[in-house]
Write a protein that binds this ligand. Structure first.
Ligand SMILES: [Zn+2]
Length: 331
């Protein structure tokens, strides 16, 4: 079992289940894998591909042998029947923000070529939300008319960001991460206590590595401040203009953090576990989340729209809702 990419324990069960479906010939040609950022889904997808492509006849525990020609090629990132796309890096080594149509064309072309090893050809799209509109269109035909023995794995961190045309052509696989064991793992990895671990996991939608970063890099504090400011807008204690003067650096990360805030608001409404959101309509929280995600996508695709104005428009809706809530509670 040398050279085997680690399979994280929180994904082990679902891995076994999917591999069983594959062995029973019940796996669809398109699989949409949804799990939050930094939860290990890339390693999950690579391990699944590796185990399907593995040439060893008796696989133990459904896992790739790690030693056959196919496994070694996957380890070396040079398996001829496995293609993967993620955002490319530019000549300065910086990661680009989107996955373009040419990358997807290369990927789909590989799927119609003859298999070099055991008959299967597998394509992995590492981040569906980074695909441009052209890229989406380019993959539709492949999802509609998949060849024999082909598998397309599409990874997304949130289902809300995946277009309906893709959703309807893939089987959805949500990687569930709510697990008691995660707290124990995090307490050990981050040397923190139970309540810190639970807070971090909660804040990061139970994505283990995101929660670990959250604690280790002190991003937790920054999130907390941001969330408190957004709560203050809802409580009409802070105006959108004041907020924007506090957060002048509107980098991509901030957009995504604010989007995450609205996503967490939706979850809190569903679980009715936070008094402050009790009167917030879930539809509004979801709408604001969508707007942020859409703007972020437009920004990634190179839109020149002024981001501070767009953000202000979103925050004004949040503030106005707060005013209504305060007004009606006072009566
Ligand atoms: Zn093998």
């Amino acid at each position: 079992m040398s050279n085997q990419e680690q399979q994280y324990f929180w994904l082990e069960e679902v891995f076994q289940r999917i591999k069983k479906s594959f062995d029973a010939d019940k796996l669809p040609h398109g699989l949409l894998v949804v799990a939050p950022e930094q939860s290990g889904k890339k390693s999950f997808a690579t391990n699944l591909a590796k185990s399907i492509l593995c040439q060893a006849s008796a696989q133990q525990l459904n896992k790739a042998c790690g030693q056959c020609k196919s496994c070694l090629l996957v380890n070396a990132d040079s398996h001829p029947d496995l293609s993967q796309v993620d955002c490319l890096t530019d000549n300065k080594g910086k990661q680009k923000k989107s996955i373009g149509i040419d990358q997807i064309r290369q990927l789909t072309n590989k799927l119609v070529e003859t298999s070099q090893l055991n008959g299967w050809r597998i394509a992995i799209v590492m981040s569906v939300e980074k695909m441009t509109r052209g890229a989406f269109n380019a993959i539709l035909k492949t999802l509609e008319e998949p060849g024999d023995n082909t598998l397309v794995l599409m990874l997304a961190s949130s289902l809300q960001q995946v277009p309906a045309t893709i959703k309807s052509r893939c089987q959805l696989l949500r990687l569930k991460l709510v697990d008691q064991q995660l707290s124990c793992w995090l307490m050990e990895a981050a040397h923190c206590n139970e309540s810190e671990a639970f807070d971090a996991l909660n804040q990061c939608q139970f994505a283990p590595f995101a929660a670990l970063n959250f604690i280790q890099e002190g991003t937790g504090l920054r999130y907390q401040q941001l969330n408190q400011s957004l709560d203050a807008i809802l409580a009409t204690q802070l105006t959108p203009t004041e907020f924007l003067s506090e957060y002048t650096e509107l980098e991509e990360l901030l957009w995504l953090q604010i989007a995450k805030y609205f996503q967490n608001v939706q979850l809190s409404i569903l679980n009715s576990n936070q008094e402050i959101y009790a009167k917030v309509p879930a539809s509004l929280a979801s709408q604001l989340y969508f707007e942020l995600v859409e703007y972020n996508r437009a920004q990634c695709a190179g839109s020149n729209l002024q981001s501070s104005l767009q953000l202000e428009a979103i925050l004004i809706q949040w503030f106005e809702l707060g005013r209504k809530i305060v007004h009606y509670s006072a009566r």
